[in-house]
Design a protein around this ligand. Structure first.
Ligand SMILES: CCCCCCCCCC/C=C\CCCCCC(=O)SCCNC(=O)CCNC(=O)[C@H](O)C(C)(C)COP(=O)(O)OP(=O)(O)OC[C@H]1O[C@@H](n2cnc3c(N)ncnc32)[C@H](O)[C@@H]1OP(=O)(O)O
Ligand SMILES: Cc1cc2nc3c(=O)[nH]c(=O)nc-3n(C[C@H](O)[C@H](O)[C@H](O)COP(=O)(O)OP(=O)(O)OC[C@H]3O[C@@H](n4cnc5c(N)ncnc54)[C@H](O)[C@@H]3O)c2cc1C
Length: 647
């Protein structure tokens, strides 16, 4: 196939799409101008010869990959500075370039500066006093220093109150003495800690006047700014008094401790990253479903009718059932992430004025949304990989590496089970408030309405599905609450009762989150539809309905247990699902085209815009050094002597 010709199947797919994909692109970017700005930004980085992948880094050693990544991260930084000089490098640029899809395309092997931007700077902004921000932020933004966020230790990651590193205040010298006294207290996992960062925010147990005040953040210099040699000593390291970030908890120079308005304000950076993860998980999922959808439009295999030619695998309804719910899930997580980002910004500004009321609800939502978005995106990406058969297994397909990036999200920034239990903690209190007639916060208001009615009869609408999912969530919350209290009434202490009920607590938390996502997705689409063309509005509505129907059908057991749904209603839901798959089929390629993901970011021979899959696959494998010579030297070294010895 000559270069730059369009695969005929994709040509036909693009002709049959009922709406203009550019309209969807503009919608997702926030307008045509924003699209143009994003495209220019992508071009500015992706067209830079120093950043384009000459040879796939798959064939570099671990050390070479690190050095390659540092080199590129520095080039990226300098280019961001150029954007800044042109007044173009807003926070969104940084998000796009240093993290997100553009970032992960340019820095395929990770971004050694990622933690510097994602956690070191945000922690100083969130936990430092005005003076400390003035001292550190500009140095950090200008990369005069490189930081990381050192909280996790060899022995503790989840249970941060159990961290062993200590920071003991010495009033005589007005310094803190930091110490990691045990093997298990060594800081472990912080990105960039090994060779890149020369500073870290170190989270340690604060001791002053012989009293432990719990964990607090401290700035510690790790390496000499000139030589990059590790600073002397790694036990009893002394740092100046003003290296403790004191926006919340403070230690006065005489050693007296001033409590934070809430000990949980120290945990603020973790909320920020969880909020960011929701959107990032969605974006990685849409990259994977773009690859799998385009590939499925090009790949022909088997028969639907013996008399007809091999069909596009996208015409198998089972293939549609693998991929189209992933399309819908992208939008569901995208709109939930946008909603959560708004709430995060509002609550953060309230915290600035000492208003802490909405922090618990933000924490509960950030926990379950991070957990569900990371888990669902990881599962969705794996489904996309499996839907591409053997070629999906190849690392050059980009699907395995994308899965690896997202499945890490299930663990970092709070392991999923642990975070779902955090949300469950909030839900148990909410249910008790509901029983006691106390006011409920917005995200759990539905508990009141569900208690008052046992649900209406089935009707083919998303609001009915939302009500059903809220009924399931309320039912699971009530069941967990009741079972836990029954245990306590039987004499089990509250901690053991919590642990013994934790399976149901996690399930209740997931159900609550799914109900929240469907409702937020539906409300977002309802707001959008009047402002877009009738065709795009119809396509967006179909995707929202698909997400709702498919999510409910994956919970038939709970639906039967907690609502008055009949088997006839279930048959109707199944028919509705199949109708939606058929309705979405002609628009599937148009929808992923609407994501407008640059081929260099797709970085997959299966998902390129032109659809020339086989030519691109062949070109990709030709890059392997292993294919440089017809006979590899291992034949002469090892195989031939072996074969000879047999003769
Ligand atoms: C600007 C440029 C941007 C560039 C963008 C780039 C994009 C890249 C995107 C990001 C990608 C990658 C980088 C990230 C890498 C990962 C980094 C890390 O992993 S850092 C380490 C993260 N570690 C954790 O998250 C630890 C998880 N554990 C915990 O959070 C806590 O231990 C716990 C909450 C599980 C338990 O803490 P504990 O103190 O025991 O709390 P309790 O359970 O007893 O609850 C007490 C009380 O506190 C409330 N609480 C707990 N946490 C919070 C919080 N974070 N905020 C507010 N409130 C909190 C909890 O609800 C309880 O309240 P009650 O009223 O008592 O019920
Ligand atoms: C790619 C990556 C990057 C990271 N970057 C950083 C970084 O830059 N800085 C940093 O400080 N950390 C970082 N981390 C560490 C990360 O934050 C921790 O690994 C994470 O918080 C999980 O903690 P853990 O490893 O102690 O797991 P554990 O908590 O030991 O989890 C093991 C199992 O124990 C279960 N478990 C633990 N507690 C409970 C509980 N209370 N109830 C029920 N089950 C429980 C978990 O559910 C899980 O199944 C990173 C990790 C990864 C994978």
């Amino acid at each position: 196939m000559p270069a730059n010709t369009m695969n005929e199947d994709l040509k036909r797919e693009r002709q049959r799409c009922s709406f203009d994909p550019k309209e969807l692109t503009y919608l997702l970017d926030g307008g045509e101008e924003k699209t143009e700005e994003r495209r220019q930004r992508e071009k500015f980085f992706l067209d830079d010869p120093e950043l384009s992948e000459t040879a796939p880094s798959d064939y570099l050693s671990h050390k070479e990959k690190y050095e390659h990544a540092v080199k590129k991260a520095c080039i990226v930084f300098k280019k961001v500075q150029q954007l800044q000089a042109q007044g173009k490098a807003g926070m969104q640029n940084f998000r796009e370039v240093l993290g997100g899809q553009l970032g992960s395309a340019i820095l395929r092997d990770g971004n050694p500066l990622g933690l510097h931007y994602v956690m070191f700077i945000p922690t100083i902004m969130g936990q430092g006093t005005i003076e400390q921000q003035a001292e550190w932020i500009s140095k950090a933004w200008n990369l005069e220093i490189i930081g990381t966020y050192a909280q996790t230790e060899l022995g503790h990651g989840t249970f941060i109150r159990g961290l062993e590193t200590t920071a003991t205040y010495d009033p005589a010298t007005e310094e803190f003495v930091l110490n990691s006294p045990t093997l298990t207290s060594y800081k472990w996992w912080p990105g960039g800690l090994g060779h890149t960062a020369n500073y870290a925010v170190v989270v340690a147990q604060l001791y002053s006047q012989g009293i432990c005040h719990g964990i607090h953040p401290f700035i510690v210099q790790l390496r000499d700014e000139e030589t990059h040699l590790p600073m002397p000593g790694f036990e009893n390291v002394r740092i100046p008094w003003n290296y403790m970030l004191m926006k919340n908890g403070k230690v006065l120079k005489d050693g007296s401790y001033v409590k934070s308005p809430s000990s949980k304000l120290t945990y603020g950076t973790m909320i920020f990253v969880r909020v960011v993860i929701v959107q990032d998980a969605a974006n990685y999922l849409r990259k994977a479903v773009t690859i799998a959808t385009r590939y499925s439009a090009v790949r022909h295999q088997s028969h639907i009718k013996e008399s007809a030619p091999e069909p596009q695998i996208l015409d198998f309804v089972t293939q549609q059932h693998k991929l189209f719910p992933q399309l819908a899930t992208y939008f569901a997580l995208h709109y939930s992430g946008a909603w959560l980002w708004d709430m995060y910004n509002n609550v953060t500004s309230e915290l600035e004025s000492g208003e802490l009321d909405r922090l618990p609800e933000l924490h509960a939502l950030a926990c379950c949304l991070k957990a569900v978005s990371a888990a669902d995106a990881a599962q969705g990406i794996e489904t996309c990989r499996l839907a591409c058969g053997g070629h999906g297994y190849m690392s050059c397909s980009s699907l395995p590496i994308t899965y690896g990036l997202v499945t890490a999200m299930v663990t970092y920034e709070g392991e999923n089970t642990v975070l779902l239990l955090q949300t469950a903690r909030y839900l148990m209190k909410a249910w008790q408030n509901c029983l006691d007639g106390q006011p409920l916060t917005p995200s759990v208001q539905y508990l009141n309405s569900v208690r008052r009615s046992f649900g209406g009869v089935y009707h083919k609408s998303v609001p009915w599905i939302i009500a059903s999912m809220q009924r399931i969530a309320a039912g699971k919350i009530e069941t967990a609450h009741r079972h836990m209290n029954d245990k306590i009434k039987r004499g089990v202490n509250s901690e053991d009762a919590w642990n013994e009920t934790s399976i149901e607590l996690v399930a209740a938390s997931e159900a609550h989150c799914k109900a929240f996502i469907v409702e937020t997705y539906y409300n977002s689409v309802q707001q959008i539809v009047p402002s877009v063309s009738q065709q795009l509005g119809k396509a967006l509505t179909e995707l929202c309905e698909l997400y709702a129907v498919n999510t409910l059908l994956k919970n038939i057991g709970d639906l039967l247990r907690y609502s008055n749904v009949t088997t006839g209603d279930l048959e109707n839901l199944q028919r509705w699902l199949e109708e939606l798959l058929a309705a979405i089929r002609p628009n599937a390629v148009g929808i992923v085209d609407g994501f407008d993901i640059n081929d260099a970011i797709i970085a997959s021979p299966l998902g390129a815009y032109d659809g020339n899959v086989y030519e691109r696959l062949f070109a990709e494998v030709s890059k392997s050094p292993l294919n440089a010579k017809p006979v590899n030297e291992s034949f002469h070294k090892y195989l031939k002597p072996l074969l000879k010895s047999k003769m």
